[in-house]
Design a protein around this ligand. Sequence first.
Ligand code: FMN
Length: 149
Amino acid sequence: MTESAVRFVSPKTFEALTNRPVRCSLFDTDTSHIHIEAARKADLFCIAPATANIIAKAAHGIADDFVSTLLLSFNNPILFAPAMNTVMWNKPAVRRNIQQLHDDGISFIGPESGHLSCGETGEGRMAEPEQIVSEILRLSALTIQPHNP
Ligand SMILES: Cc1cc2nc3c(=O)[nH]c(=O)nc-3n(C[C@H](O)[C@H](O)[C@H](O)COP(=O)(O)O)c2cc1C
């Protein structure tokens, strides 16, 4: 989770719901290269919701926190589920960053048009979680070889 994400949902809530450890920092861990270790363990990296900020950082190779550093260390398929206000989504800077990530081979799901958390209606609503899970499974089936063929 990013520093901003923990302002919305507590890491303890995610830990309790997933029964998995939640990482928020590159440094608060006994493992020195936690980003490299975590990157080797996962078959697919999904960022949901993908903010304009992480999209910009990913498009420019910025690695200044755990999520963005893990992203840069990751060598398997990456899926972004963007979510933001319609004006943000349509900004030339965001359009350029999305195009760059498409060109870099990153997959996207959504956003949809609909009710936004800011109270407006328009394009920028995150794809439904069920759709995101289906896309994760679809991409995984395309790219992941069985461990015991
Ligand atoms: C209530 C609230 C809702 C927000 N919703 C979004 C959003 O849906 N998409 C987005 O790109 N930024 C949103 N922001 C702005 C991000 O929180 C801000 O850019 C943040 O620094 C993103 O950091 P991160 O990408 O490291 O998580 C929101 C901010 C607030 C205060």
